[in-house]
Ligand binder design. Structure first.
Ligand SMILES: Nc1ncnc2c1ncn2[C@@H]1O[C@H](COP(=O)(O)OP(=O)(O)OP(=O)(O)O)[C@@H](O)[C@H]1O
Ligand SMILES: [Mg+2]
Length: 231
């Protein structure tokens, strides 16, 4: 099994060294919990440290917004785009089929190794049933595996409480994403106070003896950082 470093400071030791190559990981959390920053950091460090080209598929924020989000942490996405290491593609939710038609070609043409889908809600606005969402995520998972990439798919927890209580159900927008993905990571608002004012929880990571419990998390000027001692 090949593992890819996540680029999230402090996360790799909690998951036996990184995400399994070929896997699709769900990143879920309430609004503003850091999902987009997590995904940008995963791609940015993949390019800088691992020489792995990245693709950010967004149904939510525009390309310009993402570039601005990243600039706050000193990540110059425009330069990486210019160097053809990072690719940002915006799709409207009505263009799901177009995305699936083009995806394999975009990956192969640009030697993409890391993929982000922000977010699964983009799927749901167009697809009629949970079954269809699940089928599409499964299709995505197959493409990622088959082409040897590693992927993150972002989903929202709707109506999450402010506390970092353990949540075993309702971890995703449609309630189906977590079953199809190889791993599930939840971002919470609250930590225990102090410097780490947020937390992270690994609910599932197939084929991995992952750390259990809730871990402190903070967003600094360098991005996301995870503390090593569970709360
Ligand atoms: N420089 C920074 N230092 C500390 N915290 C920051 C910084 N920049 C952003 N944040 C925090 O990150 C949050 C935004 O993170 P992000 O956009 O990744 O959230 P999200 O989960 O994707 O939200 P949404 O559900 O709206 O898409 C902000 O609300 C803020 O709390
Ligand atoms: Mg976001």
């Amino acid at each position: 099994m090949v593992r890819t470093t996540t680029g999230i400071k402090g996360l790799d030791p909690l998951i036996e060294g990184g995400f399994e190559r070929g896997s699709l990981i769900l990143i879920s959390g309430g609004a503003g919990t850091g999902k987009t920053i997590f995904a940008l950091q995963f791609l940015y460090y993949g390019i800088i440290e691992e020489k792995e080209n990245g693709l950010y598929i967004t149904f939510e924020e525009s390309e310009d917004d993402l570039i601005r989000d990243a600039k706050v942490f000193g990540w110059n996405l425009e330069q990486l785009q210019h160097e053809k290491k990072l690719f940002i593609r915006y799709y409207s939710p009505f263009e799901i089929e177009k995305l699936f038609d083009e995806l394999e070609k975009i990956i192969l043409d640009n030697d993409i190794k890391r993929i982000v889908i922000d977010s699964a809600s983009g799927f749901g606005l167009y697809l009629k049933s949970d079954y269809d969402v699940r089928r599409k995520i499964h299709e995505l998972s197959k493409i990622i595996k088959y082409l040897g990439c590693t992927g993150l798919i972002i989903s929202e927890i709707v109506g999450q409480s402010q506390s970092s209580e353990i949540m075993l159900e309702g971890v995703s927008r449609f309630g189906v994403e977590e079953f199809t993905c190889d791993g599930v990571i939840i971002l919470h608002y609250a930590g225990l106070g102090g410097a780490f004012d947020r937390s992270l929880q690994i609910l599932k990571m197939r084929r991995t003896n992952h750390a259990r419990g809730i871990f402190p998390m903070r967003i600094t000027k360098n991005g996301i950082e995870i503390g090593q001692k569970s709360i």
